[in-house]
Ligand binder design. Structure first.
Ligand code: 1D1
Length: 306
């Protein structure tokens, strides 16, 4: 509403009020903050609970974006699955609600974004850092697998890093309950990054395919690029089926051995999560207890115990 006071106008385009959202059931008020980015059907924002000043990372999904029943089912499945999880290494699901326009999913705010952002800034990570991050990812994945849940889209962009530099596995948009081999869906849904050979050959996605993705994640953190990346997607698929990749000479003997033991064509030949954790790469290498936020931008000077 324009006012006619002689005072200089408040910069109307930047009103100091924020976009308000009220949860119907609780009446709690949230202030919508900066746009964090897009993810699937969602525009993601920082949102602040005005009564507690807590900040959340919130997926805001317009009803119009999930108008078709199968799209709505997908969102509801993701919410039901994520809501049921509670683990130190899994992104915390706080609550969800709808208003006239949107579905809101309130998640743990991870101020250092994801390992994809950190790797982009660093190009490669040191082996102690990879041990530090991979250990937490494996603990999160173990929590899922013992509950017969497959993530099915493990990639650096889905490993979120919070203010304390702790890693949290997130984005359960492609996650599903493990089904007996004969009942598995065989079509590849979504755009998983690190597809295992058996998934490409439409044999269905088991826990071993999540382990394959971990091998690709480990390789990518150490080398700076994925093991099977070519300019042509068909060529990438051929390399995956043939398990054709180069092992960088810069990798330590233990790193080469672990990556080599995971990237196996036959799912049964791959190590279990426990076997990975007990591999020399972890047991014979220095694992920092904490990482300083500066390692998001530069090589940390890690004082390993002499
Ligand atoms: C909310 C969706 C997704 C996510 O799942 N989490 C947990 C998350 C946490 N903090 C952040 C975050 C805090 C500060 C910057 N990003 N972002 C998260 N994202 C990003 C938002 C855009 C694409 C994926």
């Amino acid at each position: 509403p324009g006012d006619d006071s002689p005072h200089p106008k408040v910069a109307r385009d930047k009103p100091d009020l924020c976009r308000m959202v009220t949860a119907p059931k609780t009446g709690k008020c949230y202030c919508r903050g900066r746009l964090l980015g897009k993810g699937g059907f969602a525009r993601c924002y920082e949102m602040i609970d005005l009564s507690s000043n807590r900040v959340y990372a919130v997926k805001v999904i317009p009803h119009s974006r999930v108008s078709k029943p199968h799209q709505k089912d997908k969102i509801e499945k993701e919410i039901e699955l994520h809501k049921s999880l509670s683990n130190k290494h899994i992104v915390k699901f706080y609550h969800n609600f709808e208003d006239d326009e949107n579905i809101y999913i309130f998640l743990e705010h991870c101020s250092h974004k994801s390992l994809a952002h950190i790797l982009k800034a660093r190009r490669t990570l040191t082996e102690p850092e990879v041990r530090y991050y991979l250990r937490q990812i494996i603990l999160g994945l173990k929590y899922l697998h013992v509950r017969d849940i497959l993530h099915r889209d493990l990639k650096l962009g889905n490993f979120f890093v919070n203010d304390n530099m702790e890693v949290k596995v997130g984005d359960f948009g492609l996650a599903t309950k493990l089904l007996p081999v004969d009942q598995r869906k065989r079509t590849i849904c979504g755009t998983p990054n690190y597809l295992a050979p058996e998934v490409l050959n439409k044999q269905g996605h088991g826990p071993e395919a999540d382990i394959w993705s971990l091998g690709c994640v480990m390789y990518t953190m150490l080398f700076g690029r994925p093991p099977f990346e070519t300019s042509d997607l068909k060529d990438t698929y051929r390399c995956i089926r043939a398990v054709e990749y180069t092992m960088p000479s810069s990798f330590s003997v233990a790193a080469k051995d672990l990556v080599g033991s995971i990237l196996k064509k036959n799912p049964e030949s791959r190590p279990t999560l426990d076997e990975i954790m007990n591999h020399d790469f972890f047991t014979k290498g220095f694992i920092p207890d904490v990482l300083h936020p500066s390692s998001c931008l530069m090589v940390p000077e890690l004082s390993s115990p002499t």
